[in-house]
Design a protein. Structure first.
Length: 218
């Protein structure tokens, strides 16, 4: 078997000797380039955790049926009081699996986006063209991963902007995956306000991780 380019997602199952004429590679690369996912996180991470086995199995069930999950406009909140136990990695697994499910014939259409929430607000405050492009993307793509939701104190402006975007997505039946370290609705209300907390908590399947930081093992 000939190995593909080192950056190819399918290099171990493909017999092409390069990616120049490969439609699958071109389609996936476009999806990745427009996804907001940092380059080093564009490939699935192997995870294990005995304490969170049940949660991992629930998430894998969603992963294997991710296209229906998105088509049905479902949302998910992966949360834990601990950091470094795989929440973001699992959210990315789901987003990558979605890309793998819909790349064929996608063309130049952005389908999913990864947004680290604490870094969002600087972009939204500059009121430039990039602000409008990002806001439009977040409001319209099939699936958004909202990473580290409510991990920093939000100003009234931040809270309002986030509510507008997420409320628009929920009302339009678009899918969201949230990750965070807030473990109750009441605590989430204190962090982001009642209305936004209700959108996140009450419209999502909630899966809790109980394992502690395992970054060094992964």
């Amino acid at each position: 078997m000939v190995l593909r380019n080192e950056d190819c997602w399918y290099k171990y199952v493909c017999t092409y000797d390069n990616c120049i004429n490969c439609i699958r590679y071109a389609e996936m690369k476009y999806l990745m380039d427009e996804s907001g996912i940092p380059k080093k996180k564009q490939y699935p991470t192997s995870l294990n955790g005995d304490r969170d086995l049940k949660a991992f199995l629930e998430l894998d069930k969603i992963r294997l049926d991710i296209q229906n999950f998105v088509d049905n406009g479902e949302s998910l909140y992966i949360y834990s009081e601990y950091t470094g136990n795989g929440k973001t990695s699992w959210a990315l697994k789901l987003l990558l699996k979605y890309f793998d499910s819909i790349w064929a014939g996608n063309g130049f259409r952005v389908r999913g986006y990864f947004q680290h929430v604490p870094t969002l607000f600087n972009t939204l405050k500059d009121f430039s063209k990039s602000h409008e492009v990002l806001k439009s993307t977040l409001e319209t793509v099939d699936l958004v991963v909202w990473d580290d939701i409510a991990s920093t104190k939000l100003s009234d402006f931040d809270r309002q902007q986030l509510l507008i975007i997420i409320d628009s997505r929920v009302s339009s039946g678009l899918s969201n995956i949230y990750t965070g370290n807030i473990t109750s609705q009441s605590a989430l209300e204190l962090a982001v306000g009642d209305r936004l907390a209700s959108r996140i908590w009450n419209t999502s399947t909630r899966i809790e991780f109980k394992g502690k930081d395992r970054r060094a093992e992964w």
